[in-house]
Design a protein around this ligand. Structure first.
Ligand code: NAD
Length: 425
């Protein structure tokens, strides 16, 4: 079968997907788009001798003859590009997050339904080895019915802030709210259980010096306490606490499964621990299985514990008609994202629980079609939200100038490079 022809918007994080396409036997990269000249130039040098067109704007890029696009542009600007791309006949792989307003959520879902194009949400953490094995075991009934789960995505980005915000006051990483970047912690639990979230209560930390001194305008971390349709509860935490953590744990009616913590040096998200009974009430004294799950194809040489490989592999295979391909569709993307959005509404209302709308139902969509509430002044109109509950902090221009100077120096020192990172953010 012919390779799927892919174009990539956003040449920073998008490098990972470009590398996937260059190595894969099921896809090829045919076009790259980035508005930054130095990013395009880096990709020109790395692609010499390959037939890859370079664009500096989306409108020309999207006219290129290709089957699918990867959207690795700003995290709060994916939906409008996804909708345009699908309406022009392209399948879409969207980086996190899927939308930034309820209006966009409604429009994105309807664009998928109207065009019939494949939309895959790139929540790569779902495909890390241990959480992915948890999904397989959960489907087998290994731990019984879901009762409680925890997801953690802690990344102290202060040291790399110049490299990821370039000193731009209005960069999305500076203007997002505490519970916006929520799908790395919530997503895997949703993908494991397949259960829909129905309500959420949000919490945010106060602002602290580490964020303020680099120009971040959100509370340091956010928490979502989410109730699922079966009554089970998820605790999700994400943000910039001092020490990093990616960790998942799921309790069911017959036991528990979890991965290793990074600091434990016991295999991290590659290692799974399962402690369960054969039936509820058996109470065996101790029955722990611990192993490193393997999958076919087995490719760990990609970023984020190999998960960057599987999210792209499944997207491409879905386009090729592979019935085994496991993508995160637009409805599941909303199940991962809306808890963060409504957790923030909960925070702004003093911590009351909020119902999470089920946008699978057309009638429900009508209530949200004009809701532009978000922290991005470009799209919020008169529904602009503050970046934290105590109000958007007033940060001096000098803070952004210092970050910009550091970024410029990193460029001169060659400390930025457009290669697929194994750690990533
Ligand atoms: N899944 C993960 O593990 C992971 C890791 C890192 C980043 N991300 C996601 O990847 C995306 C990109 O993040 P990033 O770290 O590369 O930083 P970024 O958001 O600063 O970079 C976006 C890139 O897209 C380009 N761009 C933005 N708008 C454009 C437009 N309209 N036309 C042309 N080019 C445009 C920018 O010049 C920049 O190079 C974000 O959505 C982020 O959430 C995901």
């Amino acid at each position: 079968m012919k390779k799927v022809r892919i174009g990539v918007l956003g040449g920073h994080r998008g490098t990972t997907m470009i590398e996937y396409c260059k190595k894969a036997d099921n896809a090829e990269v045919v076009a790259i788009c980035d508005k930054l000249p130095e990013t395009l130039e880096a990709h020109r040098q790395k692609s010499e001798g390959m037939n890859i067109a370079l664009y500096d704007n989306f409108d020309d890029f999207i006219q290129h003859d290709m089957d699918a696009v990867v959207l690795a542009n700003y995290a709060n600007e994916h939906a409008p590009f996804a909708i345009k791309a699908m309406k022009l006949g392209k399948h879409v792989f969207s980086e996190v997050l899927p939308v930034q307003t309820m209006k966009e959520a409604v429009e994105l879902i309807e664009a998928v339904e109207e065009t019939g194009k494949i939309y895959a949400y790139g929540e790569n953490y779902c495909y890390m080895a241990a959480p992915y094995e948890m999904k397989r075991l959960y489907a087998e009934g290994k731990i019984g019915e879901f009762e409680y789960g925890e997801g953690e995505y802690i990344h102290n980005c202060e040291p790399i802030w110049p490299k990821i915000t370039y000193g731009e006051r209005n960069h999305w990483r500076n203007t997002m709210y505490s519970t916006f970047y929520c799908t790395h912690s919530i997503g895997p639990i949703i993908h494991i259980t397949g259960l829909r979230p129905v309500s959420v209560t949000g919490f945010e930390s106060t602002m602290n010096e580490r964020m303020l001194r680099v120009g971040g305008q959100k509370g340091q971390f956010g928490i979502e306490m989410i109730t699922l349709e079966n009554g089970g509860i998820i605790k999700s935490i994400h943000g910039d606490l001092y020490r990093d953590s990616v960790w998942y744990c799921v309790y069911g009616s017959k036991g528990r499964m979890e991965c290793a913590r990074e600091d434990a040096e016991a295999g991290h998200t590659h290692q799974i621990y399962v402690n369960c009974d054969e039936f509820s009430g058996q109470y065996r004294e101790k029955h722990i299985e611990s192993y490193r799950p393997v999958r076919e194809p087995d490719d760990r040489d990609f970023g984020h514990g190999g998960s960057d490989f599987y999210s792209m592999y499944n997207f491409v295979e879905k386009i090729r008609g592979n019935g085994q391909a496991d993508i995160i569709d637009v409805y599941e993307a909303m199940d991962m994202f809306l808890p963060g959005m409504f957790a923030y509404r909960s925070i702004l209302k003093g911590g009351i629980p909020m119902e999470i709308p089920n946008l699978r139902e057309r009638a429900v969509r009508e209530q949200w079609r004009d809701d532009t509430a978000c922290t991005d002044p470009k799209v919020a109109g008169d529904m602009l939200l503050p970046t934290c509950a105590s109000g958007t902090p007033d940060i001096d221009d000098g803070v952004y100038e210092v970050v910009k100077e550091k970024w410029e120096k990193m460029k001169v020192d060659g400390k930025i490079h457009f290669v697929a990172s194994k750690a990533g953010v």
